[in-house]
Ligand binder design. Structure first.
Ligand SMILES: Nc1ncnc2c1ncn2[C@@H]1O[C@H](COP(=O)(O)OP(=O)(O)OP(=O)(O)O)[C@@H](O)[C@H]1O
Ligand SMILES: [Mg+2]
Length: 264
């Protein structure tokens, strides 16, 4: 018998309150090393809040436990230990594509010339060949998102948090980026937590899909995705895929109705 591997990230009874708004309440979530976990849930249920805590940008309420690499840590100690792509791309308008991409490495005190050379090499893979010297205002929304994604990849940490990274992409580019992301993930064996509004995307990418409840968000249901890898586009028409999609959509719809049925 092999020893069970401890989770890379383990959240227990995580809660976060902003003034009179409780964003998340009692979130329990464990992510195994190398796992790809996708998170769906109604708008405003606290998904980004959860990520901001894991990225070390926000503190949870007292009593919440965050464990990382099998140790209890203060959330702010996670800053710089995970790579994070926030929901808004947050590119600096006065920096070109390359210098935006290398920003976290630069802050860390890495070698700027080496980082630039690596970013140059990665441009084609991110559909940005020839755009090294462009500034964010010269890029399309999708391109800006790909720069932010490239920046997240360049900051090599075991845990990668992606908050709706493909949200602004057209359907075709999105499908291409999903397959590309799976390739890169399989090659590099990174652990990924991925937020999306798109159930197809959640199933296609994930080892496991979590559905969050309406605010205050908690994990309503989680389902393993027992579909073979590497994943092929034809999977989306398989019986297993359709059955899982139906179940997840029903759970999301139930929660969305709660969200939109409540007076704000
Ligand atoms: N910094 C903040 N200060 C005050 N309230 C906040 C803050 N960040 C989030 N909230 C509140 O917490 C709740 C959850 O927001 P959050 O951004 O986590 O939702 P979400 O699930 O990511 O939504 P979406 O799918 O629309 O991105 C919302 O009611 C929001 O108003
Ligand atoms: Mg969000």
């Amino acid at each position: 018998m092999t020893e069970p591997v401890p989770p890379l990230l383990d959240l227990r009874q995580l809660s976060k309150t902003y003034g009179s708004t409780q964003a998340v309440r009692g979130v329990d979530l464990a992510v195994q090393p190398g796992e790809f976990v996708t998170v769906v849930g109604p708008s405003g249920c606290g998904k980004s809040t959860l990520f901001n805590i894991v990225a070390g940008l926000e503190e949870p309420d007292s009593g919440s436990v965050v464990r990382f690499e099998n140790r209890s840590v203060h959330s702010r100690d996670l800053l710089g230990r995970v790579s994070f792509m926030p929901q808004r791309d947050l590119l600096l308008p006065w920096r070109n594509v390359i210098d935006n991409a290398i920003l976290p490495l630069e802050i860390e005190g890495g070698n700027r010339a080496e980082a630039r050379a690596e970013a140059q090499r990665m441009l084609p893979e991110f559909g940005l060949a020839g755009f090294a010297d462009k500034y964010p205002h010269e890029l399309s929304g999708g391109m800006r998102q790909r720069v932010a994604l490239m920046r997240t990849f360049m900051f090599k940490r075991d845990l990668m948090l992606l908050d709706e990274p493909f949200g602004a992409l057209d359907a075709l580019t999105r499908t291409m980026m999903q397959r590309w992301l799976l390739d890169v993930w399989q090659k590099h064996k990174r652990t990924v937590l991925f937020i999306t509004h798109d159930v197809d995307e959640a199933i296609f990418l994930g080892d496991r899909v979590l559905v969050m409840s309406a605010r205050p968000g908690r994990v309503k249901i989680e389902r393993k995705v027992d579909l073979p890898r590497p994943r092929d586009a034809s999977l989306v028409t398989s019986q297993e895929f359709i059955a899982l999609k139906k179940e997840l959509l029903e759970a999301i719809e139930e929660e969305s109705l709660k969200t939109f049925g409540t007076a704000h």
